[in-house]
Design a protein around this ligand. Structure first.
Ligand code: FAD
Length: 247
């Protein structure tokens, strides 16, 4: 792995057979004084270097961690949760790959924040990785061999109108969205201002959606095109795509 400042360009130039696989994960916790981070890795049955590494890793195995630098002047990226400071409600939804991010968000939100978090996971045992928040309804739905999204989509469809209705919000501005082919393009939009801050100062509802791209596309369409939630209040991220390796 190239270690110089221009490592990315050098890495891209490496022949395929020498190019170290890079995969993207959420840092769930940092203990800087111990030089430790926590990462929750989904072990899935399809061949992938990250999942395979996690399954066979033993203490002492090495990997290289690349991350954004908060000391960088300007927008350093790395945090794609940008709720308006005066959002009345927050909706967090995703699958097992987004559970670490959703849990970390809940752990960092102030006590007065309120909303609903819905996570679909493979088995009920996975709920142990989730967390709670005094202002949030937290649902962990065990897929148990059902199709992906089969529980998450109806749960979000049930929760979102209630979050809006509780503020008496009109939902009349249904927006037409351009179609994203999730097998070709990256499904990713995190509304922000020019300085990497929130796109809005207030909103009745801020929704943050992440997980398998096909499922997230369905959720986004429902919130923006069917419920009429302002697209500047909806962040959506295809964290992975069924049948496609990252990169
Ligand atoms: C910002 C961001 C944060 C993320 N955070 C996390 C995290 O904290 N924990 C986490 O586990 N994942 C997380 N992911 C998702 C993770 O990067 C992908 O699941 C990644 O594809 C796994 O790499 P791999 O080498 O195992 O599989 P790849 O080589 O990328 O893919 C090989 C095959 O496995 C399939 N596949 C990939 N992921 C899954 C899965 N979860 N279930 C079933 N099949 C799968 C692919 O569709 C493909 O067919 C995050 C992604 C992003 C973009």
């Amino acid at each position: 792995m190239p270690r110089t400042d221009d490592w990315y360009a050098l890495w891209r130039e490496l022949p395929q057979e020498h190019r170290n696989p890079i995969r993207t994960y959420t840092v769930r916790e940092v203990r800087a004084e111990l030089r430790e981070i926590d990462v929750d890795v989904v072990v899935h049955p399809v061949d992938g270097p990250a999942s395979a590494w996690a399954e066979s890793a033993v203490i002492g195995d090495e990997l290289i961690v690349l991350g954004p630098n908060a000391h960088h002047d300007g927008v350093h990226g790395g945090v794609d949760f940008l709720p308006p400071p005066h959002a009345e409600r927050i909706l967090l939804a995703g699958d097992e790959t987004a559970l670490p991010a959703i849990a970390a968000i809940l752990e960092r939100l102030p006590a007065e924040a309120s909303g609903h978090a819905i996570v679909e996971v493979p088995h009920s045992d996975d709920a142990v990785c989730m967390t709670s928040h005094p202002g949030f309804t937290v649902e962990v739905l065990a897929r148990d061999h059902r199709a992906r999204g089969e529980l998450l989509v109806p749960a979000v469809q049930a929760a979102a109108p209630n979050l809006l209705r509780s503020e008496g919000t009109a939902t009349t501005q249904r927006a037409e969205l351009s179609d994203v082919d999730v097998d070709v393009e990256m499904l990713w939009e995190v509304p922000s201002d020019d300085h990497g801050g929130p796109a809005q100062q207030d909103a009745p509802l801020y929704a943050w959606l992440a997980g398998e791209a096909g499922v997230i596309k369905t959720l986004r369409r429902h919130l923006v095109s069917e419920l009429g939630i302002d697209r500047k209040s909806v962040a959506f991220m295809g964290y992975w795509r069924l049948g496609r390796a990252e990169g």
